[in-house]
Design a protein around this ligand. Structure first.
Ligand code: SF4
Length: 365
């Protein structure tokens, strides 16, 4: 996939002039602060711009600098991130902020090597920070750019293969113009988001349509080629609403792993042949070293994560007074139902709480 030099000049010229007219006024486009651009890039991974807009301002308001984020507790960070999903991103962002303060004296580094040495920063995020914040000649390759390039340059190999990804990185690198890298990279991503859309590419509005092979061959919708993903597994999971007087027990998940650092009703995944009630008793014993009596089934909710789905079954449980030991959980609290809002919880637990509130269960409102 080599690019002819005259085509390269025309490509960036057309793209930039389109971007100058059409770029959306997004809050993170009003700054060159590397920290703020980093936060926006992390939030935008697998999340829609409209959703990120709501979170970005609040997050930056609460943690206006890398030092402020580094000083925060994991619970404070998780609370601000709650509802945005993929909370491993928040955990990495927080760890990386602490590393920046320790290793680079409060300023985000400005080299690819240093940036990708930080938790949660891969080549794409590093390229975006370096080009957008520092104006350095680094390329980007996200889902939008993959789609645009595959269509224009007629890339018919499976883009999920690492060899194709490597070739696309070389292609995007070779297309970088000499000037206005900051705007050029954003223009390329904006074209994918607004015009060269997944299902419905608006080729008649596209500034580079004359160079597009997929359009010439009328195969826009067939590109990029992606091998099918494996079927998504579906797990049955239990959660115990354990009561002691007017208080409820919540536990915090260990910092690493899925939903790390979030608070939840304790419980876990059903094993083959196990009854839901037995699963819940076993999980609570393994996590907290206590035996509970499992009572009525309260509700069941569905939730989809990136690589699997769950049905979460909530049961009321009676606490028998045993001493709690933190075996599989990181912390626990007995809280009043009205205090639930202060803790960052997974989306599936929020669904349970919403249902319990709608029934005014146990004084919840
Ligand atoms: S012409 Fe159509 S398919 Fe080609 S880059 Fe533009 S929008 Fe995408």
């Amino acid at each position: 996939m080599s690019v002819d030099i005259s085509l390269k000049g025309q490509f960036s010229k057309r793209l930039l002039s389109w971007y100058d007219r059409q770029a959306r006024p997004l809050p993170w486009r009003e700054t060159r602060d590397p920290y703020k651009i980093w936060v926006s890039e992390v939030m935008l991974q697998q999340t829609q711009v409209r959703t990120v807009e709501a979170y970005y301002g609040r997050f930056i308001g609460r943690f206006p600098s890398v030092e402020a984020l580094a000083r925060a507790t994991p619970d404070e960070v998780m609370k601000q991130w709650e509802g945005l999903g993929y909370c491993g991103r928040a955990r990495h962002l927080h760890q990386a902020a602490r590393e920046v303060v320790e290793r680079f004296g409060d300023r985000l580094p400005d080299t690819l090597e240093d940036l990708i040495s930080l938790p949660g920063i891969g080549r794409y995020t590093a390229g975006a920070i370096l080009s957008i914040a520092f104006g350095k000649p680094e390329a980007v390759l996200d889902g939008n750019v993959i789609r645009v390039l595959s269509r224009i340059f007629h890339v018919t190999d499976d883009v999920r293969k690492s060899s194709t990804e490597k070739a696309l990185w070389s292609l995007t690198d070779s297309l970088l113009p000499k000037r206005r890298i900051r705007e050029y990279n954003q223009a390329l991503m904006e074209l994918g988001a607004l015009v060269c859309r997944v299902r419905n590419p608006a080729c008649s509005e596209c500034p580079v349509s004359r160079m597009c092979e997929a359009k010439r061959l009328s195969i826009q919708r067939e590109l990029p080629v992606k091998s099918p993903r494996k079927p998504v597994p579906h797990y049955q999971v239990t959660a115990g609403v354990i009561r002691r007087g007017d208080r409820l027990l919540i536990t915090r998940r260990p910092p690493k792993g899925l939903l790390g650092g979030l608070w939840e009703f304790p419980g876990g995944k059903q094993e083959p042949g196990e009854k839901l009630e037995d699963c819940l008793k076993r999980e609570i014993r393994e996590e907290l070293g206590i035996n509970v009596e499992v009572g009525v089934h309260l509700t069941s909710v569905e939730h989809a994560y990136t690589h699997f789905r769950i049905t979460l079954h909530a049961f009321e449980c009676r606490y028998r007074g045993d001493r709690i030991r933190l075996i599989g959980a990181d912390a626990y609290r007995w809280i009043l139902p009205r205090e639930l809002d202060r803790f960052a919880l997974p989306a599936a637990d929020h669904k349970i709480i919403a249902l319990l509130k709608s029934r005014k269960y146990g004084g919840m409102e």
